[in-house]
Write a protein that binds this ligand. Structure first.
Ligand code: C5P
Length: 398
């Protein structure tokens, strides 16, 4: 979970009610291993005091450029020296305007102007302030200047209005920062994934399904996005939140998943089949709820199409990755599957190690052999798989 281990971050807090979320953000960043130095504007310090941030980060929190505790009178350089990024959350409309124009009339704006590291801002303001042409102009200028803008989200606002301008939640900013520092090994690639189980209806309320939670597929979607890919995720019925920036298509049955994938297979460079697609579906779906009686019920099952094998068999297939969840003889079955389905890579795991849980231990099988990964949390495993795919693709292009 120490995703930001060794990172030195300056967290800027400007004036806005969302400043209370900055305290939680500071806590999450420290928990993720980052060294966090907080700098508040005068308005920011009206909402949350430096003492709170000092306690959360274990470092002095700064606001006044003339603070006598500063180790030197070059605070604007000292604080950001060696920083991996400056993160301003919340960033008020006023602060965005200052950044867009290069103003430097307090400690935080001076630090931003004097930096030699990436600048990431999470705007927070009333919806009319956000939609005002002046703020939109400043936003475009900042994007042009290479500043990363996270959010804002739309929703209920502290002022009682509803619309765009809410700061992202602390956990979302934490996730975005963890992603920001990932190597962009899939930059410009289009990735299509399947995830979760499928549900094969028997009647109007019952069906056949399995215990797949979708966690591994969703972690891979996030890891691919963090590696710079444009990601489309076709998901069976799961209770997972969609990673920001990922296009999600919800399906229920294997036939729906098949149709959703086939429509998009030509427009992807990499296809990863993570879904636990049901091998069979009831041949007939009753239009009413089936009534019970004392006799055994016979259900005829029809085989479902193998989505992954079909994508891999296309005339110009994308780079295809499959999963092999086995309960025994992992090596033999996984490598057999790779060859039979003509896949570049198979991720093999023992079902007892991964299904439904938060962690996994896998072995990657490719034409060069076997590469074990984990045991580790599913997101770490996903990042390892993405790194391996990136290496294989880079090798192919040499
Ligand atoms: O053959 P088996 O089901 O074990 O293969 C698993 C791999 O194939 C997974 O990557 C899974 O997503 C994919 N698959 C599929 N369509 C099916 C069955 C499996 O895409 N009908």
């Amino acid at each position: 979970m120490a995703e930001l281990s060794g990172r030195r971050l300056v967290l800027g807090v400007t004036g806005g009610i969302a400043a209370y979320k900055a305290a939680e953000l500071a806590r999450l960043l420290v928990k993720a291993g980052a060294e966090v130095h907080v700098v508040l504007t005068a308005a920011g310090a009206q909402f949350v005091t430096p003492v709170t941030f000092q306690a959360l980060t274990g470092n002095p929190a700064w606001s006044d450029p003339w603070d006598a505790r500063m180790p030197s009178n070059m605070a604007h350089i000292d604080l950001s020296r060696g920083a991996d990024a400056i993160v301003v959350a919340p960033a008020s409309a006023d602060f965005l305007a200052k950044l867009a124009h290069g103003l430097a009339d307090d400690l935080l704006s001076t630090l931003c102007l004097a930096r030699d590291c990436p600048l990431i801002v999470a705007p927070a303001m009333n919806r009319q302030m956000w939609q005002n042409p002046a703020t939109q102009r400043n936003k475009s200028q900042l994007l042009q200047d290479g500043v990363t803008i996270l959010g804002p989200a739309a929703g209920e606002q502290a002022c009682g209005e509803t619309g765009p301008g809410r700061m992202l939640e602390a956990a979302e900013i934490h996730d975005a920062l963890a992603g920001f520092f990932q190597p962009k090994v899939l930059a410009g690639r289009r990735v299509l994934l399947t995830a979760g189980p499928t549900f094969e209806a028997l009647d109007t309320v019952r069906g056949l399904t399995n215990l797949s939670s979708g966690k591994m597929g969703f972690a891979l979607a996030r890891a691919a996005r963090d590696a710079g890919a444009q990601v489309t995720l076709v998901s069976g019925p799961v209770a997972q939140p969609t990673p920001a920036g990922v296009t999600r298509i919800d399906v229920t049955s294997a036939l729906e998943m098949h149709a959703a994938v086939m429509q998009r297979a030509d427009a992807c460079d990499i296809f990863i089949g993570v879904a636990a697609v049901a091998d069979y579906r009831p041949q007939e779906r009753a239009n009413d709820k089936l009534k019970k009686d004392d006799k055994p019920l016979q259900v005829a099952l029809a085989p479902n199409p193998d989505i992954l094998a079909e994508v891999a068999a296309r005339p110009q297939p994308p780079f295809c990755v499959g999963f092999a969840a086995e309960s025994r003889d992992l090596e033999r079955y996984a490598e057999g599957k790779r060859q039979k389905k003509k896949l570049a890579l198979v991720v093999g795991n023992l079902v007892q190690d991964g299904l439904g849980g938060d962690g996994n231990a896998v072995i990657l099988f490719d034409e060069r052999g076997r590469h074990p990964l984990g045991p580790a949390p599913k997101l770490d495993i996903a990042r390892g798989i993405v790194a391996h795919i990136g290496q294989m693709l880079a090798g192919k292009e040499e």
